[in-house]
Structures are given as structure tokens and as C-alpha cells.
Design a protein around this ligand. Structure first.
Ligand SMILES: *Cc1c(COP(=O)(O)O)cnc(C)c1O
Length: 363
């Protein structure tokens, strides 16, 4: 009698496990702590909480949760179209931007195809690639920065997708908008360039690829409501591309992939410019605070503009454990091949101070 494992599709068996940030309640139970006292600086969530306009809209929408959500995400796509000066059918809404990347892989990858991304790129690119039986081509990142020339040089006849996040997670490095545009422009027509802009709201300038999309180049952009809008728990993100690519992805996605309160929250959060500005300001101060603290401790970090810093900390694994014991959750980067590194999400001023004080104590 075959086992389930023997019956499983081959890529399922070799699928790496995604190591998420540990939840507050789980850590609190494990270490006998009051959940109220635990701070999570592990998943690049917004320390200010959810966008107030988004939260209010989600709460209101819950009263109608006996109804299916709008499977076409009509109003959110229309609103995004206005903001971006594109057409509503150039957007695909996903259960987080993770989902739209997986849809892209499902729609376009088959065994033998290659997908190009950096060696310390967001892990979802690799997961999505491997699950389709396609081949990840991981381009080395010297000093944990993308080598865009090497990425271009890694493109072959078999390449179907190139993923690039700027800022990149978990390293935090950012590529220059003009370099990103040049890379996108340089790619052959059989390669889809996916620019992951999960943290773009924290930047002062990002690459505008709309002209390339309009010119018919195979370029897609992904965005999320999980970070600067503070809606990670509701799971909403989107992809912007040509009407053709969006039509194909819509065939692959589940009919009701984004739930009712999530759609309402995302729509409302787009109007919450005050919250976005506050998130950005608190993050900028927090990044400076963390950098200064790490400098004082003599710890190296990768210079970054997103809402986290990757820091090189001796005995990172032991420090990660010790921090949990006192109710501070951060993210070890061993899984990314960055042994000896921790990723620290920017918190509120007191949260950052607490993290730095604990790091000093553990030194
Ligand atoms: C957090 C993050 C995302 C967004 O994930 P969601 O599924 O939208 O929550 C996408 N890309 C990168 C690089 C990220 O760090």
C-alpha cells in the first residue's frame, strides 16, 4: 500500500518550509509570559496597528459576512485604477500579494522552466517556483545586494519569470529606480519581470514601470496592504499588469479568494493618507533609532529604508531564543543562508528602545 508521501506530487516533497515570524500568543504560552507584554518585531508588521479607516470598514463589512464577497473585487480595482491611471482590468486582487505571485507561477511555469531571483530574495519566489516543478536560478548577492547585471546575465531561453523586490526582504537593500527600469527594459520578450513593491510606501522614490506595461512589455508590479497600511491579518495584495496577463491570472485564482472585510478594509485604507504618512514618519524615526543603537552596540547591519533592518549579531540563534524569553520576538535569517543574522522589524519608539536594551543586556 503506498503512503501519502509516495503518492504526493514530487515537488510537494521537496517544498521548503516557510518559517513565519512566531505569533505572540504562542511565544507567550511557551515562555509563560503575559501576551500583553510580548512585542513582535518579526514579520515587518505595522507597529501602529491597522489603518483606522480600514479597520472601521472591515468591522462594518462583517455585518454582511453571510454574503459572499465580490469575487471580481470591482470597487477596489476601480479605485486602484484611478490612483494608478490604469484600467480596472489591469489589476488582480489576491489573498496577500503572496497569492498573486503564486498565481503567476501557476499560470506560467512548467517543469524545465527557469525563474531568476537573488540568493537572499523573498522566499516565496522559490516556493512558488519549486511547487510548479520549475527551476530556481538564484543569483548570488554580493554583500547581500542584488547584482542586477548578473541577474540579467542569468536569463536563458528557459527563463520565464524574474522576481525582484525593492526594498528586498530579508536584506532590506533597495535598487535604484533607473537601474530597475533598465533591467526590465533589457529583458527578452519570453521573460515576465515581476517587481515586488511590498515596502515601496516607505521609499521616497520608486521605479515607475507603467510606461513599460503600456508599451506592451512583459512587466508586472505587486503591492500589498500588509505593511504600510497595517492590514497583514486580513490578507490583501494586488498585481498590476496588462489586461491579458490579468485575464489569465483571474482564470487561475479561486472565485472568492479575497474575503469580504478584507476587500472593504483595503478600499477604505487607500483613502487613509494620514495613517500612511504617520506610518512612514514613525518608521523613519524608528529606523534611525535602531541604526544608532546597533552602531553603539557595534553590530553591523545592512543599510535599508524599509520597515526592518537585517543585523549581524554574533550567536544570533541564541540571542533569538533569549529575546523570546523576555517577550521580544525577532526573526532569525538562518533559513535564508544568513546564519548569524537577525531581522529586526521597526517598532514604536518604546518597542525599539526595549529591543536595543535587551540586545545590550545579552551582549
Ligand atoms: C511582506 C512581503 C510581501 C507581502 O506579502 P503579503 O502576502 O501581501 O502579506 C511581499 N513581498 C515581500 C518581499 C514581502 O516582504
Amino acid at each position: 500500500m503506498p503512503t501519502y508521501s509516495e503518492m504526493a506530487n514530487r515537488p510537494v516533497l521537496s517544498q521548503p518550509v516557510y518559517e513565519a515570524g512566531r505569533p505572540i500568543e504562542v511565544v507567550a504560552r511557551e515562555f509563560g509570559l503575559d501576551p500583553q507584554s510580548v512585542i513582535k518585531l518579526a514579520s515587518n508588521e505595522n507597529p501602529l496597528g491597522p489603518s483606522p479607516l480600514g479597520l472601521a470598514a472591515a468591522q462594518k463589512a462583517l455585518a454582511n459576512c453571510h454574503l459572499y464577497p465580490d469575487g471580481g473585487s470591482t470597487f477596489l480595482r476601480e479605485k486602484l485604477a484611478k490612483i494608478w491611471s490604469m484600467e480596472p482590468n489591469q489589476f488582480v486582487i489576491g489573498n496577500g500579494s503572496n497569492e498573486v505571485m503564486i498565481l503567476l507561477a501557476q499560470a506560467f511555469l512548467r517543469p524545465g522552466d527557469e525563474v531568476v531571483f537573488g540568493s537572499q530574495a523573498f522566499i516565496v519566489y522559490k516556493l512558488a517556483t519549486l511547487l510548479q516543478g520549475a527551476t530556481p536560478v538564484e543569483v548570488p548577492m554580493p554583500n547581500y545586494c542584488h547584482d542586477l547585471k548578473a541577474m540579467r546575465a542569468a536569463v536563458t531561453e528557459r527563463t520565464r519569470i524574474m522576481f525582484l523586490a525593492s526594498p528586498n526582504n530579508p536584506t532590506g537593500g533597495t535598487d535604484k529606480p533607473e537601474d530597475i527600469i533598465a533591467l526590465a527594459q533589457s529583458l527578452p520578450d519570453h521573460v515576465i519581470f515581476c517587481l515586488d513593491e511590498a515596502y515601496t510606501e516607505y521609499l521616497d522614490a520608486s521605479a515607475d514601470l507603467r510606461a513599460l506595461i503600456k508599451a506592451g512589455r512583459k512587466v508586472v508590479i505587486t503591492r500589498t496592504f500588509s505593511k504600510a497600511y497595517g492590514l497583514a491579518g486580513l490578507r490583501v495584495g494586488y498585481l498590476l499588469g496588462s489586461t491579458e496577463v490579468c485575464g489569465l491570472l483571474n482564470r487561475v485564482r479561486q472565485p472568492f479568494n479575497v474575503n469580504l472585510p478584507a476587500l472593504a478594509a483595503a478600499e477604505a485604507a487607500l483613502d487613509d493618507q494620514a495613517f500612511l504618512a504617520r506610518s512612514k514618519a514613525v518608521n523613519a524615526t524608528g529606523i534611525a533609532q535602531l541604526k544608532q543603537g546597533l552602531n553603539q552596540l557595534g553590530y553591523k547591519y545592512i543599510d535599508g529604508k524599509a520597515n526592518f533592518l537585517a543585523a549581524e549579531i554574533p550567536n544570533a540563534d541564541a540571542v533569538f531564543q533569549s529575546l523570546q524569553k523576555v517577550g521580544v520576538i525577532v526573526r532569525p535569517l538562518r533559513g535564508y543562508g544568513m546564519t548569524g543574522w537577525l531581522r529586526l522589524t521597526v517598532g514604536t519608539e518604546p518597542q525599539n528602545a526595549r529591543l536595543l536594551a535587551e540586545l545590550a543586556r545579552l551582549k
